[in-house]
Ligand binder design. Structure first.
Ligand SMILES: Cc1cc2nc3c(=O)[nH]c(=O)nc-3n(C[C@H](O)[C@H](O)[C@H](O)COP(=O)(O)O)c2cc1C
Length: 243
């Protein structure tokens, strides 16, 4: 295993942090590394808002669950897909920005690639991190807190800081369950191996002191619920074209 892969394999989401701050130079270094992620035609359709203000952090922590770590971690970021700059460039040139679903999708893809490189950079600097999808519980309030104008799409948060816990790795599906050759497999092949993974996943949860459940059960519980059903409305209000 080379150093990069060792670093990637050491990933665990960190949810408890010490009070240590994250120095600005580490943040800049990680953002620079994040920016080197590939980006569709170099559009760089993303931005990241570091939230320092304690009142704003408390409000974001509350709407995310509550999730205390949002208020307590060394540094907190809101990752956004971002078409604002492109819209302004088009306006300045007297051109009409093409509002398409493709452009929205590109911003989500670009922002996610940036965020994962950013996270990996922080991890390589000795920090722990946890993404916060809980931001999407109340996107309207997030928009207000970070003053996001039209064309900016808050997607998820990111907690970063020195770890105050060392959880074990959360097991993943077997690589063969996600890597296919030449063609997509049939449904029976797709479900093969899930039973064995269920048992590994359940043992992992038991060891963490969480309610033990197989992965299948956890997915069924999660995926039959219609959560954050107004996200589409919000992104449309921000200028995204979703259809
Ligand atoms: C986009 C995204 C949003 C997430 N949102 C949350 C969250 O709101 N709270 C949380 O505790 N973990 C959150 N997570 C962390 C996942 O639960 C975690 O990555 C997953 O269970 C795998 O565990 P691992 O990261 O420790 O390997 C999120 C992860 C992603 C990718």
């Amino acid at each position: 295993m080379n150093e990069t892969i060792r670093q990637m394999m050491a990933h665990r989401s960190i949810r408890r942090f010490t009070d240590d701050p994250v120095p600005d130079e580490h943040i800049l270094e990680a953002v620079r590394a994040g920016q080197m992620a590939s980006t569709s035609s170099a559009v760089q359709a993303y931005s990241v808002v570091r939230v320092r203000d304690t009142g704003k952090r408390a409000a974001l922590a509350e709407l995310a669950g509550p999730q205390e770590k949002v208020a307590r971690c060394g540094a907190f970021f809101v990752i956004c897909g971002d078409s604002r700059r492109h819209r302004l460039l088009c306006e300045r040139a007297g051109a009409a920005y093409a509002d398409t679903f493709e452009n929205f999708l590109v911003s989500v893809i670009d922002a996610s690639l940036f965020a994962q490189n950013l996270t990996l950079a922080f991890e390589s600097l000795g920090y722990g991190a946890c993404y916060i999808g809980g931001m999407r519980n109340d996107l309207w309030r997030v928009r207000q807190i970070i003053d996001a104008p039209a064309g900016v799409y808050p997607l998820f948060g990111l907690c970063v800081g020195k770890a105050a816990e060392s959880p074990g790795p959360r097991p993943r599906l077997d690589p063969g369950a996600v890597l296919f050759e030449d063609a997509y497999p049939d449904d029976a092949a797709l479900l093969e191996g899930v039973g064995a993974y269920d048992r590994v996943y359940e043992a992992y949860l038991r060891e963490r002191g969480a309610r033990p459940a197989g992965w299948s059960e956890a997915m069924v519980d999660k995926l039959q619920e219609k959560t954050r059903a107004d996200a589409g409305l919000f992104y449309t209000a921000q200028g995204a074209k979703l259809g």
